[in-house]
Design a protein around this ligand. Structure first.
Ligand SMILES: [Zn+2]
Length: 272
């Protein structure tokens, strides 16, 4: 249920497979922040860091990263129960939906890793651009885990692998936000591409439930290109996408969007 597989202790972007279970005894940081609930159901945001990890928490709060993601989710889908997105220290960068608790653990360690990554690799861009990239990746994480929560909560059935289907939902949610969302999806693609470079796939990765990071990077780029080919021709020019793959991306995009519209059916408040 986690966002990605990533094995290796030295690489900056190492993220593990398993999720961290929510700690029911963790003290809420006052005031508890909730956003976008509709009736008794819907996604909410809770901060349970107990005053630790102040940098990550401040970053999230000041930019309202998760509150905005949750509002968009609640504007899009009707959910019959409350799904808390809990910002907490997990001990590792393993954001995950936990079907046992029905909540999403949004680990502050993940926030720190994504920020470090873009601080190290984004020296060619200004601070605002770097922050936009970080926000894009963190929003992608929220939507990816939100997809797992929707699949579990609404009992959705599909073919293919759940991790790929969750990535498709994240891509659709980002792209429908417009240019900032497209940039966010491309930031996620860049994040996965770098991870693939730093952590070459091995046998363990081939057996993992997630597609390889390099494949996930190409998929995100393909959905963005497929939604607006004329706008993103640079993805082909710079080799992010091959000509062959790019040719099929408009259809891949349509399939992902229509597929999720069909999956969500009557739970959908507006078309994707
Ligand atoms: Zn996942």
């Amino acid at each position: 249920m986690s966002r990605r597989a990533g094995i290796g202790t030295l690489a900056l972007l190492t993220l593990a497979v398993s999720g961290c279970a929510a700690d029911p005894d963790a003290a809420d940081e006052a005031p508890r922040r909730t956003h976008g609930r509709n009736g008794s159901g819907g996604f909410t945001v809770q901060y349970r860091t107990g005053g630790k990890d102040a940098r990550a928490t401040t970053y999230l709060r000041s930019r309202q990263v998760l509150e905005k993601a949750v509002d968009r989710l609640n504007d899009t889908v009707t959910v019959p129960r409350r799904i808390p997105l809990v910002v907490r220290s997990c001990g590792a960068a393993e954001p995950a939906y936990d079907p046992e608790t029905g909540s999403i653990d949004f680990c502050v360690e993940h926030v720190g890793e994504v920020r470090e990554h873009f601080e190290d690799t984004g020296k060619d861009v200004d601070g605002d651009e770097r922050a936009a990239r970080v926000t894009g990746v963190l929003t992608e994480t929220a939507y990816h885990e939100g997809a797992h929560a929707l699949i579990d909560t609404l009992g959705l059935h599909f073919t293919g692998r759940e991790e790929d289907v969750a990535d498709q939902f994240a891509a659709v949610m980002l792209v429908r936000q417009g240019r900032s969302g497209e940039d966010g999806a491309l930031a996620a693609a860049a994040d996965y591409a770098l991870s693939a470079k730093e952590n070459p796939a091995d046998d363990t990765d081939l057996r993992d439930e997630h597609s390889l990071d390099g494949q996930r990077a190409a998929n995100y780029a393909c959905y963005v290109y497929g939604a607006h080919p004329a706008r993103h021709r640079d993805l082909v020019r710079d080799g992010t996408l091959t000509e062959d793959r790019a040719d099929g991306c408009p259809d891949e995009w349509k399939q992902a969007k229509k597929g999720w519209e069909m999956l969500l059916g009557s739970h959908l408040k507006k078309r994707l």
